[in-house]
Design a protein around this ligand. Structure first.
Ligand code: E4P
Ligand code: PEP
Ligand code: MN
Length: 460
């Protein structure tokens, strides 16, 4: 709540973080060029409106209350030169198909949130990369530098920030058009699930669920009217504070400051320190926000983080995205959930089963095993359900394209297949088939875990 004595909320959001340490920011070599980019962004049009952000916040409040399920996903890193309409349509379509399967499996309305239209900045483990004895700055996402291993490409260029805004605006525009048009209707989603099932090596395993979803008409929920199949919100990691801050706008209706680069922004695992600039910036914006939680987090720090990011404790404001690794989730998560629940803090719990399960293939490609991803998801559901809390959703790195970046899944992609179509410039994504495999396999696991699941199914 802002009082009349507070500095205008937008000004505070744009300035207060500057006195604090900001992790993972590029060293821009040309300060004047950065100023010019920030000035251009400061008068640029917003990509999203405050009311849309409020709507997503209300949707996520239903997730936090256990009344809805979140499906969030998209690229690890979007690429300015690779963005194209067909690929955006395929990824948006894949998210809608996942929503149909998981919404049916959970008997819950689904909130669909793309990692799209802004996912251009990457936190990295090391500031430099060495190849063949040559050391260059690491690739930090297309918002910062180029992926090619040359000194010119790897030099941070602030003009890229302006290109990110333009390209994200075009992406948002296209997704809205798809959502408003026929692409995302239940008929298209059902046809896509039928086509996937018929072509899958696992078709005998998936056929019954596909038929059930078809009989239910493909609606992902209880029919209370708030879920519209084409509704797709936009999210990205709010990493580059110069960019995010320049796009903050005051909402005259509420007096709140909104980050207008996307509906939901999240803080990554590497930049969530309590006394850091990211937590300060996020504490000042009115959007729904999320924070990634890795296995090293201490329970007391998590409680402090929740206090900073959601001081008023409103459901929908804060989503915790858990990314522990399949081998750790069952040990680390229970203590966190118990304390947060005991303190009565209304957060939404979501699983990112990707980032704790990255391995190196013999070829050197970064990859992830489908079975590890599924195992972490299973662990997430076991822990939350076992403690009487709501497993609120999934956060996946995926694409609608037929890439070969993760191993396993119905098509049995092996290490030797990775070079064929490894396109990601950062982390390995599930392709559409693997993402749907994951949804069907998870639905199956949840169904077997449920007592008298047959009776539940028949009563739908
Ligand atoms: O997407 C997440 C991170 O940016 C990524 O996993 C870091 O990868 P790195 O360890 O190769 O830097
Ligand atoms: C950087 C990412 O994740 P994390 O912060 O969880 O490592 C990501 O989501 O791409
Ligand atoms: Mn990633």
């Amino acid at each position: 709540m802002t009082s009349l004595l507070d500095p205008p909320a937008a000004h505070a959001a744009q300035t207060s973080w500057r006195r604090l340490p900001a992790g993972q920011q590029p060293s821009w070599p040309d300060a004047a060029a950065l100023d010019a980019a920030v000035t251009a962004l400061a008068s640029a049009l917003p990509l999203v409106t405050a009311r849309e952000c409020d709507l997503l916040r209300a949707r996520l409040a239903a997730v936090a209350r256990g009344e809805a399920f979140l499906v969030q996903g998209g690229d690890c890193a979007e690429e300015l030169d690779a963005v194209n309409a067909a690929s955006i349509g395929r990824t948006a379509g894949t998210l809608q198909q996942l929503a149909a399967v998981l919404g049916y499996a959970r008997s819950l309305p689904v909130v669909t949130l793309a990692r799209m239209a802004g996912q251009y900045a990457k936190p990295r483990s090391s500031p430099t990369e060495i190849r063949g004895g040559v050391e260059l700055p690491v690739y930090r996402g297309d918002a910062v530098n180029g992926h090619a291993f040359t000194a010119a490409a790897r030099t941070p260029d602030p003009h890229r920030l302006v290109r990110v805004h333009h390209t994200s605006a075009a992406t948002v525009n296209l997704v809205r058009a798809y959502g408003a048009g026929e692409h995302a209707g239940p008929g298209q989603v059902l046809a896509a699930l039928r086509e996937f099932t018929d072509a899958s090596p696992e078709r005998d395993r998936y056929a019954a669920l596909t038929a059930e979803i078809e009989r239910a008409g493909g609606f992902t929920g209880t029919g209370d009217g708030w879920h519209t199949p084409g509704e797709l919100f936009m999210s990205h990691e709010g990493l580059l504070l110069d960019y995010e801050s320049a796009l903050v706008r005051l909402d005259p209706a509420t007096g709140g400051a909104y980050a207008t680069s996307g509906h939901l922004l999240w803080i990554g695992e590497r930049t969530r320190r309590l006394d850091g600039a990211h937590v300060e910036f996020f504490s000042r914006i009115s959007n729904p926000v999320a924070v990634k939680i890795g296995p090293s987090i201490e329970t007391d720090d998590l409680l402090r983080l929740i206090g900073r990011l959601s001081p008023e404790g409103e459901p929908g404001r804060l989503t915790l995205v858990v990314r522990m690794g399949a081998g750790k989730i069952r040990d680390v998560l229970p203590g966190l959930v118990e304390r947060v629940t005991a303190e009565g803090l209304p957060v939404a719990w979501v699983s990112d089963p990707m980032h704790g399960n990255t391995i190196s293939a013999p070829s050197g490609h970064k990859t992830r095993r489908f079975d590890d991803v599924l195992d972490e998801l299973a662990g997430f559901f076991e822990v939350l359900t076992g403690l009487g809390a709501h497993p609120g959703g999934v956060h996946l790195e995926l694409t609608g394209d037929d890439v070969t970046e993760c191993v396993g899944g119905g098509d049995g992609i092996g290490f030797g297949d990775l070079p064929a179509r490894y396109r990601s410039v950062c982390d390995p994504r599930l392709n559409r088939g693997q993402a749907l495999d994951l949804a069907y396999r998870l639905a199956e696991l949840l169904d077997t875990a449920r007592p008298s699941s047959g009776a539940v199914r028949e009563s739908r």
